[in-house]
Design a binder for this molecule. Structure first.
Ligand SMILES: [Fe+2]
Length: 219
């Protein structure tokens, strides 16, 4: 923290000031190296699925596949990539586990005007989204502050920073994979382009013995 300065140009009465940042909300953003080649395989596979799995009741500007893509041969490369990214997150968190696995994985094709409300992904530990196609203005993903009490009093902020923001937007980009805790609420902005945005979402869960002592479970 730079300011032991009490403001108003007065000399600071403090010899030292420390900022302790606790309980952070993490969002892990990965850029896939061979994204162009990967997307050249994923996009036709998703288009074929959309033809094979019509959704009569769904809005015309949104389509979602079945959630078993990780079990299909044409998405095996993608599933390996997603679980690899999850492993790197668990490693970062220094989190010990017996096994992690994809519980679900599905494609989304969102066309002009489509937006998605704030939601979480229950019964999972990590969630992620990968963009196979993300034209400009096709809608970012917006994460919401998980501390509702933080907005009980909302003074005017002259310049919003990551400390004071209550939402955080991540720009979609072809080849970008974003992971976050499944409890973190997020929404998707409306697609304001004339083209479709194509993404694959996935959920990751722990398997086997979890925790210790009186917080022990077998998942
Ligand atoms: Fe989601």
């Amino acid at each position: 923290m730079s300011s032991a300065d009490p403001g108003g140009g007065q000399a600071s009465p403090f010899s030292r000031a420390e900022l302790i940042q606790l309980f952070p909300t993490c969002i892990w953003v990965h850029e896939v190296k061979e994204a162009e080649a990967l997307n050249a395989r994923l996009l036709p596979a998703i288009a074929a699925l959309e033809r094979a799995q019509p959704l009569p009741g769904a809005p015309r500007n949104a389509w979602q596949s079945s959630d078993d893509l990780h079990q299909r041969a044409e998405f095996a490369d993608f599933a390996r990539l997603a679980i690899g990214a999850a492993h790197s997150v668990f490693s970062f968190l220094k989190c010990r586990f017996e096994e992690i696995y994809l519980t679900s994985c599905w494609a989304n094709v969102n066309r002009a005007g489509y937006a998605h409300h704030d939601h979480t992904h229950p019964n999972n530990y990590l969630s992620g989204v990968y963009y196979a196609k993300a034209p400009a203005r096709s809608g970012g993903i917006v994460f919401s502050d998980p501390r509702p009490q933080a907005s009980v009093l909302a003074p005017t902020i002259e310049q919003t920073t990551q400390i004071t923001a209550n939402v955080h937007r991540v720009e979609p980009q072809a080849g970008r994979m974003i992971l976050f805790h499944s409890w973190l609420a997020h929404s998707v902005e409306a697609n304001q382009s004339d083209e479709e945005r194509v993404s694959i979402a996935f959920n990751v869960m722990l398997h086997g013995a979890v925790g210790a002592d009186k917080a022990r479970a077998r998942m």
